[in-house]
Design a binder for this molecule. Structure first.
Ligand code: ASP
Length: 323
């Protein structure tokens, strides 16, 4: 029996071409045109298309992610649906993928896909990537692997994938763990399974979550801004294994004392944050203050998690457990 795939289009370079007047890429390729490019997959699946949006992914927001998650949940629950493919701009694709990973609880494949070259570029990678995403969504092996990202014939888990290159077609990587599978000559091959999934399912989100990346000598003024502007959560992309410049430490203490959850991650792309150092601003001191350690998450993914966690509860101990 043929698979049934729901295609949800949200925009991105995959749906862009160059406007000759602007001499720059803008949205301009519709879902019908994109589906025409991948006619060969008609042999393995029937399709339904949903035009959710046609936006560049820097225009994506947590509200839109929540709305998208409702469309995904509604469709993935249908008995006749095998899987879902979502086209998305690559800039924030990993954030939407992680959001969906945390709020959806289906064993059926949910696959995000984009392209690095627009439809006017030589070597446009959109059609091949969509076909690879569809092969993946139709694969029985893709079941129970959580939300997946397919680009450049590689399959990644939404949990650890990140955009690593500003322009190259092999931009998506999991720097620590690598791809979980590949698409090879139309065959979907998985190398490994994923750990138990975490669910933070909520219909409510808290968008006022700030993210600040730290560098040598930074001071706490940005944290004072967050506190005074009513931010409900703060993610700190700290140094090394989770340390901050001494002039930051006081600001973090003030935020924690005001019951604002502060989540600590690192600007290093591999490894986990750990409370190793006891000096002023060291991780051990931050831990004693009540800062929440965010494991191996990137800043942008920790922010998505905190947005969802705060939608579920404002109790710091419950939020701490989520991390
Ligand atoms: N700036 C584009 C976007 O994220 C990049 C892309 O889609 O690859 O929408």
């Amino acid at each position: 029996m043929k698979s049934k795939i729901v295609m949800i289009f949200t925009g991105g370079t995959i749906a862009m071409k160059v406007d000759p007047e602007l001499d720059a890429a803008v949205p301009g390729v519709g879902s019908n045109e994109l589906m025409e490019m991948v006619k060969e997959v008609d042999k393995i699946a029937d399709f339904e298309t949903i035009d959710f949006a046609n936006i560049p992914s820097p225009h994506m927001t947590p509200d839109l992610m929540l709305e998208l998650s409702k469309v995904v949940k509604e469709n993935i629950a249908r008995d006749d649906v095998t899987g879902i493919v979502i086209t998305h701009g690559t800039d924030t694709l990993e954030e939407t993928a992680y959001f969906l990973e945390l709020v959806t609880n289906s064993e059926k494949p949910i696959v995000l896909v984009g392209s690095m070259r627009n439809n006017s570029d030589l070597g446009y990678d959109g059609a091949a990537n969509i076909a690879a995403a569809i092969y993946t969504a139709c694969s029985p092996e893709a079941k129970s692997k959580g939300v997946l990202v397919v680009m450049n014939d590689q399959i990644y888990s939404a949990v650890d994938v990140t955009k690593t290159n500003k322009v190259a077609v092999d931009t998506f990587k999991s720097p620590e763990l690598g791809p979980i599978g590949i698409i090879s000559n139309k065959e979907v091959v998985f190398y490994r399974n994923i750990k138990e999934r975490q669910l933070l399912d909520t219909e409510k989100i808290e968008k006022k979550v700030g993210l600040v990346k730290l560098a040598a000598g930074m001071e706490a003024d940005i944290l004072e801004f967050f506190i005074e502007s009513g931010y409900k959560g703060i993610v700190i992309e700290a140094l090394g294994c989770g340390n901050v410049p001494p002039a930051m430490a006081g600001g973090i203490r003030r935020a924690v004392e005001k019951d604002i959850p502060v989540v600590l991650v690192s600007r290093c792309i591999k490894g986990r944050v750990e409370p190793v150092y006891g000096y002023e601003g060291g991780g051990s001191q931050l831990k004693d203050m009540g800062v929440i350690f965010g494991g191996n998450l990137s800043g942008q993914k920790a922010r998505i998690k905190l947005i969802l966690a705060l939608g579920i509860s404002d109790d710091i101990d419950i939020i701490r457990k989520f991390f």
